[in-house]
Design a protein around this ligand. Structure first.
Ligand SMILES: Nc1ncnc2c1ncn2[C@@H]1O[C@H](COP(=O)(O)OP(=O)(O)O)[C@@H](O)[C@H]1O
Ligand SMILES: [Mg+2]
Length: 262
């Protein structure tokens, strides 16, 4: 079930992506409107990260194309921000939290100019929004995973992009941080930014996202959450795995609370 956006800011057309000639995404076709928070949802190995990497031009598709604001990525790169899945980034080298956020400004200021007071104030403001300004001078490697994640989101904010791709931004963050992030994303969407979030919790997906891309190698459903995020579609995307999980859940429940015959 696919419902298309009227004036799409993102258009993914017939995208097929392979690793060493083995396709992991097949004929993916969807659009997104501006000012929405879209969730990319699907089981492990569904190709969610691959989809984002392909949109960001990091993996060449074997067929199909992607358009952002009606253009290929190269023409609008400065309007696009990407926060990779955290475990894929090695932050072991010595760089301060403020420097990491300032990296988000390079697209705006060019690599040759040094950051000025305005850039720094802007970077501090973004850290503040993520509740991380007190850590500005710390080395990024000294922070916890959840704190690092907030810094990467601050860096994305500093880019002042129009469309944001975030791969599992809630992985390893506490519930309070998750709420803070989702509130921030809502503010951004209200300011007509478009945010695409890879997420794997089905329960909260329904509350967080106004648009859903349900993926399992193929596009199972895409469109407004209320219309496409149905039990039937979820079942299709998760197939047997969800059944299995439900059975395991039942089993554990029975073990924890055995029913006694009177
Ligand atoms: N660099 C790679 N080389 C080969 N196969 C890969 C590579 N990255 C991912 N895959 C495979 O592609 C499929 C989709 O992976 P991925 O996009 O990371 O899924 P998800 O993010 O939904 O968990 C998986 O089967 C995974 O094993
Ligand atoms: Mg992934």
């Amino acid at each position: 079930m696919i419902i298309h956006a009227k004036e799409p800011v993102l258009e993914v057309h017939d995208l097929t992506v392979s690793y060493s000639r083995k396709p992991v995404l097949w004929g993916i076709d969807f659009t997104l409107p501006s000012g929405c928070i879209a969730g990319v949802v699907g089981p492990n190995g569904a190709g969610k990260s691959t989809l984002l990497k392909t949109i960001m031009g990091l993996i060449p598709p074997s067929s199909g194309y992607v358009k952002l604001f009606g253009h290929p990525l190269e023409e609008v790169r400065h309007r696009v921000s990407y926060v990779p899945q955290r475990e894929s980034v090695d932050w072991d080298f010595p760089v301060s939290v403020l420097d990491v956020v300032l990296m988000g400004r390079y697209g705006k200021m060019g690599l040759l100019r040094n950051p000025d007071r305005q850039d720094k104030a802007m970077a501090m403001d973004c850290l503040d929004k993520m509740g991380m300004s007190a850590f500005a001078k710390r080395q990024i490697s000294q922070l916890s995973g959840g704190q690092q994640q907030r810094v990467f989101l601050a860096r994305a904010l500093a880019q002042e992009a129009d469309i944001y791709f975030m791969d599992e931004p809630f992985a390893g963050v506490d519930a309070a941080t998750e709420q803070a992030i989702i509130t921030l994303l809502r503010d951004m969407a209200a300011a007509n930014k478009t945010i695409i979030v890879v997420h794997h919790d089905l329960q909260s997906a329904r509350d967080y996202f106004d648009w859903i891309i349900l993926l399992n190698m193929r596009l199972v459903a895409g469109g407004p959450t209320g219309e496409v995020f149905t039990d039937e579609m979820i079942q299709q995307a998760y197939g047997g795995r969800l059944n299995l999980l439900a059975q395991v859940g039942d089993m554990m429940e029975k073990r924890a609370f055995p029913t006694r015959e009177p």
